[in-house]
Design a protein around this ligand. Structure first.
Ligand SMILES: [Zn+2]
Length: 246
């Protein structure tokens, strides 16, 4: 039985796109379905592997080899029969900006730094809020990007480091409960955005260390050298100029 709460009527018409339905995306999608979200979009190109099962809560051993988005859609529809689920069994890229414009919020469930830059830039281009999370080992970090109103991922990290310097979650390992925690926090932040409450992690980076049992927030500010934020500011300025022409 789903948990009912005051936010649910406001969420029933809202659409959230979850990119990456793995360690982060599974708990985020579960929590959003249980919260009463109207539509979940799921994007992931990968099949389920046996090594995924310890941290990807939507799947079990009998699912190995099947597309993650197909199995996730089945489980989520069973959990929340009123939920609409749309799936794309493909890798999210810059060409998905138009797709993203059909959603109210983007949840980052990807597991590489390069993919997180792609999502950030797409969220800014589409003017759709992004709830970012990343996990490596015992450490999780979260931040929320409201395009044009807060620091973005590129404001903070500027450029992707060389691939050899950034092991993916698959290579470096992650602790299942840490991604479950981060994914659940992403769902809570998405709900805050969708009901119009001030998000918790705009202009703040939350860092949780499950090894030391500590967490801290780091204040952030938009970076005037950020190429992604500058691009959308210039685009909006150009559009404003055109609208002045009779
Ligand atoms: Zn920026």
């Amino acid at each position: 039985m789903l948990v009912r709460h005051a936010c649910e009527p406001a969420l029933a018409t809202r659409r959230v796109l979850v990119v990456g339905v793995g360690g982060l995306g599974s708990p985020a999608a579960l929590a959003l379905a249980q919260a009463g979200i109207g539509t979940l979009g799921l994007v992931d190109p990968d099949p389920i592997e046996i090594s995924n099962l310890h941290r990807q809560l939507l799947y079990e051993s009998a699912d190995v080899g099947r597309p993650k988005v197909a199995v996730a859609a089945e489980r989520l529809r069973r959990l929340a029969p009123g939920l609409r689920v749309e799936t794309w069994c493909e890798r999210f890229g810059p060409g998905h900006v138009a797709l993203l414009r059909g959603f109210d919020c983007l949840v980052d469930g990807t597991d590489t730094v390069a993919a997180k830059f792609v999502l950030n830039d797409a969220a800014l281009a589409a003017r759709v809020p992004l709830v970012h999370a990343g996990v490596l080992g015992f450490v999780a970090q979260l931040m929320t990007v409201v395009p044009g109103a807060s620091a973005c991922y590129r404001c903070v990290f500027e450029e992707p480091p060389p691939p050899e310097e950034t092991p993916s979650c698959q290579e470096a390992g992650v602790l299942g409960p840490v991604v479950a925690l981060a994914g659940a926090f992403q769902a809570a932040e998405a709900v805050r955005l969708l009901v119009g409450t001030t998000p918790a992690w705009t202009n703040r980076l939350l860092r949780i260390d499950a090894w030391t049992g500590s967490w801290r927030t780091v204040p952030l500010a938009p970076n005037p050298r950020c190429t992604a934020c500058t691009a959308i500011a210039e685009h909006e300025s150009a559009n404003a100029g055109r609208s002045d022409v009779p």
